[in-house]
Write a protein that binds this ligand. Structure first.
Ligand code: S3P
Length: 208
């Protein structure tokens, strides 16, 4: 299937925006941050939406923004027009069934990063994240609950120890980029290795 968009999936702090911008630059595509789209559509920062209207309202706004984006991509694809687009989703977007359904005919890339590294990055990042937990254990539990969904992405790219340009090159290869305008994807590729995402002590139901 020829397409002109790629969606980056993964937990907060996994580098969706940073790598998305780099990938878009390399491909000569546009970069779209779904959170930024939501903020501009709603006229409120993400943290304010959570604070004033709650998570359910945020999820509705998120699905609505994604749905409109996909609709316009579908239209462009049917007419064989439009620029390519790299889209960074929010950390919870792919955990919602309705959103995964919307994304069914588009390639998605799960950026897999060890939990300790995600935690470290979120601690050091000034971005206001309403769902960032106050301790590593809760943070890890939330990650664990989302992991089965992230694993449903078309491709998993393990990013540990790799620089942004090799990660982008890997994404391009895994999706069989042909030229600068199209990407072909047929099947979900398996991760190159299963990584030690969660230390055993964070697994739900296991003794600490
Ligand atoms: C969320 C992650 C955030 C943002 C919102 C909810 C989540 O995006 O969409 O705060 O549910 O994990 P980032 O992953 O870019 O931080």
């Amino acid at each position: 299937m020829a397409t002109r968009a790629v969606f980056l999936v993964g937990f907060m702090g996994c580098g969706k925006s940073r790598l998305g911008q780099e990938l878009a630059r390399r491909l000569g595509w546009d970069f779209v941050d779904l959170d930024a789209q939501i903020e501009s559509r709603e006229g409120q920062a993400i943290a304010e939406i959570f604070r004033d209207r709650g998570e359910d309202a945020f999820r509705m706004a998120e699905t609505s923004a994604l749905s409109d984006l996909i609709e316009s991509l579908d239209r462009d694809r049917d007419r064989n027009v439009g620029r390519g687009m790299v889209v960074a989703l929010g950390g919870g977007t792919f955990a919602q069934e309705r959103n995964r359904e919307l994304l069914r005919s588009w390639p998605s890339i799960f950026l897999e990063v060890p939990i300790d590294e995600l935690w470290r990055r979120c601690q050091n990042d000034p971005t206001k994240r309403p769902l960032r937990k106050d301790n590593l254990e809760d943070f890890a539990r939330m990650y664990e609950s989302r992991l089965p969904f992230y694993r449903q992405a078309t491709v998993t790219v393990v990013t540990a120890g790799k620089d942004p340009s090799s990660i982008c090159a890997e994404i391009e290869r895994s999706l069989h980029f042909e030229g600068r305008s199209e990407v072909r994807f047929e099947a979900r590729t398996e991760p190159e290795r299963s990584s030690p995402i969660l230390p055993a002590r964070f697994r739900t139901g296991e003794p600490k």
